[in-house]
Design a protein around this ligand. Sequence first.
Ligand SMILES: Nc1ncnc2c1ncn2[C@@H]1O[C@H](COP(=O)(O)OP(=O)(O)OP(=O)(O)O)[C@@H](O)[C@H]1O
Length: 283
Amino acid sequence: MSDYDLIDADDVDTPGDEWEELDVSDDESDRIARVQDREFQEFRKRIKDADQFKVEASVFDDATLGALYKLVQDGHIRAFGGPLSTGKEANVYLAASDGDDVAVKIYRINASDFRAMRDYLDGDPRFEGIGSDKKKVVVAWTRKEFANLRRAQAAGVRVPNPIAVQRNVLVMEFLGSDGERAKRLNEVSVENPETAFEVVREYMRRLYRAGLIHGDLSEYNIVVHDDEIYVLDLGQAVTVHHPNSREFLERDCENIAAFFTRQGHDATGEDLLSYVVEPEPEP
Ligand SMILES: Nc1ncnc2c1ncn2[C@@H]1O[C@H](COP(=O)(O)OP(=O)(O)OP(=O)(O)O)[C@@H](O)[C@H]1O
């Protein structure tokens, strides 16, 4: 962990736990709030000063810092490593936790294309009535990614294990080793494209049968970790109820078929689509 810029959880611990049992007076709770506030300010400063976040200060509005602080207190993050990706909507960082390394995805409240996000959320019965408040939309989006990861996992699709979600911050299992992120399909030479295609095809079918469509599936959102194929980035995944779900699924099928055809395994979007939507056999 020597390459981590350590932000030690001990430094930002609040006295909360052992005081919870006590019957604290108003004066005492004011004092606790002041201590917590001071510790939060220290945490805030440390994050803002940390090298790996310097260019990204805009990502960390105070509410995001509050979310990170809570995740540190809860033991999900112990120290931040460098950025794994700086995307349009979100940045992903490597971090150490009390257990294995984790990936921390931070959605930007300001830079996010929240109108496009809303269009995806609109057709999703899980997020009915979300409205158009920018922060609420991004927070709902983050929760959606967490929920989608869980659902995919339950359906038997390999995805990073979702660990915690706090406002616009998602903590998940880090896929990779020694701090190096797992390679995307477009970055590896696929040794056996037929087998890899069959795995991806099966994942797509499992997702569909679990009522989900990825919506941005391609060689850029599929990685190879420990010789297994994993699917990333389920933020925009929609349920089959979404008015554009069929269009998204067709696009996913076209992307995947085109990629594997380029790898030497002929596939068509149409065939893939028929496979994915084939009704489940009666038990
Ligand atoms: N759990 C993870 N473990 C390892 N690397 C990850 C993890 N999650 C994301 N990454 C890395 O970060 C990149 C971006 O992640 P993701 O696709 O989830 O975010 P995004 O902001 O939607 O990206 P983009 O804007 O490029 O589509 C991934 O391609 C991958 O390399």
